[in-house]
Ligand binder design. Structure first.
Ligand SMILES: Cc1ncc(COP(=O)(O)O)c(C=O)c1O
Length: 412
């Protein structure tokens, strides 16, 4: 471990973790096998669908002193750069099915929206909207274009110009607000109510559950793909979190499939946007306020999604936070691999899980608390590539093409 970056972590072992708890009907109604089957049946038929690669990083595993490291590389997902392509766009399709069903008295199947000109014309009357730090808005805008509806996206003050343009490329109108992510959520909501728009949020709150549930169900396709490609069931999974939707989708999948043998599950956040960690410490959802000033833009969320909390409160073994420097160090580590590992272009919000595992292995107490050791098989979800190419170059040095040319990305 001496040649790996030092990663200090703040680890909190979850006293509410329920090792013997069955997954149960309440959680299955949020994230369950039937809903995943439905999401998979739709999403795998979209143009451009292909499972993203699961990269075995054997040299990194040796350096970390564990049995294996697998990294599900979401950078190529539908050409959007992140796993979020699975969630927002799927939720747009589900919303349109429900909305047209209400108007027509018959709920169409999602595939019909793509094929039937009359249904497509009906979609063009519907406006979807959301607040975003970048990736979710890109997915909603892309989904809106795919299904032929209108789209207005709200971004907060910290979202880069590059990310704004990437959303506009899909034909959405983009509104920049002055506050943080949670304030952008409130503005999008207020305007939606006034103007009859449909909010496609990736976070749930009282009275707003259907859409974020669809979003998380879309995410689960990524977990299913990862498990199908893994040579062995993992022993540990570390997942980065903003509102917790991604982490909940992953945690739920393993818990539902095999409650007795689920991997040790750790939720990882930036220290300045650690709403899940604080909630775990408090035993109930707690908000973080202020600018949530972290480089990990996708994780800069101050309030947990209540549906995600329903899974993670008892499903996560531990919660932890780390500093921005750790993310940058791990982005560089993946861009310049050693010993035959593929080079990976990982964005600033993609690597907190891996960074936390490196940190936990360096910390005797954390290693013991999580049962990490030479037999551990670690799984990570590299949730984005260089979704802001300029920032990537600034942080890592080479750009994505140079990383690939220097080391090979391992892409098939
Ligand atoms: C790249 C990336 N990773 C992880 C996350 C965290 O997902 P969630 O907000 O569902 O916890 C986000 C959220 O936007 C993201 O963009």
């Amino acid at each position: 471990m001496t040649d790996l970056p030092a990663v200090p972590i703040d680890l909190f072992v979850n006293p509410a973790f329920a090792p013997a708890a069955p997954y149960g009907a309440h959680r299955a109604a949020i994230l369950g096998a039937t809903a995943l089957e439905r999401a998979g049946a739709e999403i795998t038929r979209w143009t451009g669908y292909a499972p993203t690669p699961l990269r075995a990083l054997d040299a990194l595993a040796a350096r970390m002193g564990v049995a294996s490291v697998h990294y599900k590389d979401e950078g190529g997902r539908f050409g959007l750069g992140s796993f979020k392509a699975l969630g927002g766009a799927y939720a747009v399709g589900r919303l349109l099915c429900r909305e047209l069903g209400r108007r027509l008295g018959r709920e169409p199947a999602m595939g019909e929206l793509l094929r039937d000109p009359a249904l497509r014309a009906a979609c063009s009357d519907v406006t979807v909207t959301c607040a975003t730090d970048g990736n979710h808005g890109r997915s909603v805008a892309w989904g809106a274009r795919m299904f032929g509806c209108r789209c207005v996206i709200y971004i907060h003050a910290g979202v880069s110009a590059g990310r704004k343009e990437a959303i506009e490329r899909y034909g959405a109108t983009v509104v920049r607000t002055s506050g943080n992510y949670d304030q952008a959520v409130q503005e999008a909501d207020r305007d939606a109510r006034a103007l009859g728009r449909h909010v496609i949020s990736d976070t749930s709150y009282p009275g707003y559950m259907d859409v974020p549930r669809d979003v998380m169900q879309g995410y689960q396709l990524m977990v299913q793909e990862a498990v199908a490609a893994l040579p062995e069931w993992p022993t540990h999974v570390f997942v980065q979190a903003g509102v917790g939707g991604l982490a909940a989708a992953v945690c739920a999948y393993f818990w539902e499939r095999d409650a007795a043998h689920r991997p040790v599950f750790v939720v990882v956040e930036p220290a300045r946007a650690d709403c899940l960690l604080r909630s775990a410490r408090a035993g109930h959802p707690v908000a973080v306020t202020g600018q949530l000033d972290t480089l990990m833009a996708g994780l800069a969320c101050g309030e947990v999604s209540l549906l995600a909390w329903d899974i993670l409160a008892e499903g996560a073994n531990a919660f932890c936070s780390l500093q921005d420097e750790a993310a940058v160090a791990v982005m560089r580590l993946l861009a310049r691999p050693e010993g035959g590992d593929a080079a990976i272009v990982a964005g600033e919000s993609a690597v907190a899980g891996l960074a936390a595992a490196i940190g936990a292995l360096q910390d005797r107490r954390a290693r013991a608390a999580l049962g990490l050791g030479a037999d551990s098989r670690l799984l990570f979800f590299g949730s984005e590539a260089d979704t802001d190419p300029e920032l990537y170059r600034e942080l890592v040095g080479p750009d994505a093409a140079e990383v690939a040319a220097a080391h090979g990305t391992g892409a098939a």
